[in-house]
Design a binder for this molecule. Sequence first.
Ligand code: SF4
Length: 312
Amino acid sequence: MYWYDKRFHSLNYFLKETFGEKIIKIPLDGGFTCPNRDGTLSNRGCIFCSSRGSGDFAGNRLLPINEQFEEIRNSMKKKWPKAKYIPYFQAYTNTYAPVEVLKDKFYEALSLPDVVGISIATRPDCLSNDILSLLKDISKKTFLFVELGLQTTKESSIKLINRCYENNVFSKAVKDLKSINANVVCHCILGLPYETKDDMLNTVKFACQNNVNGIKLQLLHILKNTELNTLYKKEKFKVLTFEEYIDIVVSCLSIIPEDIVIHRLTAEGPRKDLVAPEFSIEKFKILNTIDNTLKSLDIYQGKNANTKVVNL
Ligand code: SF4
């Protein structure tokens, strides 16, 4: 099974088939915060979260949305002069503000040149009825991705990373978002401290069973100035090796049904802040090795999609 030249249902394939042209996501910082950081749920944040609210490559928080967009769009235009764009509200929790504020920011982004949709990253516990109603209006007008940070389903890991919501909150959010025709993308972290390969596969299987439309598989990377780094220095927990990561990603792809779009196969942080694993900055080597391994083992996405969930 192939999606163009890939053995998995890539985002590139999905966007080209959906829009018929090159689409680029532009990561923005909408100036929001997060209930897991401002004391509402906790003031620690998720322990892996960077000082930029996991939006390290998003636009400059100090600039208005249109200027952030233009700055990144101008750099993209050199390579893809005819591309269209999806503004991506990436940093912090992008539905954590009064609905009027959200409405202004989202519609401003939608009014920018060559925009064909919008992507909004948030927590599943930040989707009140008012916000769902706003998102419903948006989804009637344009293409809407909503990205939810699940990260893991293992109870001990949920506590360890200080996620501060239960798995059933995620399930309800996916159902609510799908009922308003949002395209739901789930973020999963591979390599959390003390997790086994089965734990990671269970998280991915849980996302699939909740009928998400897309999945981001993200390699855990430890950044300076995070609680995760403090824990790493103290407990010296094991981080994944390159070979282990490739093996886990390939196994994940084999159990993800063919219709679910793969938005990412790795993750990286700013080089200057990276503590471990060092290979996380070798994005192209990781992606090429995943492609080559899928080919050499004759694995494609969904090949083992009926595998049972372990211990859930
Ligand atoms: S919910 Fe997102 S922004 Fe908030 S602390 Fe966790 S990773 Fe960071």
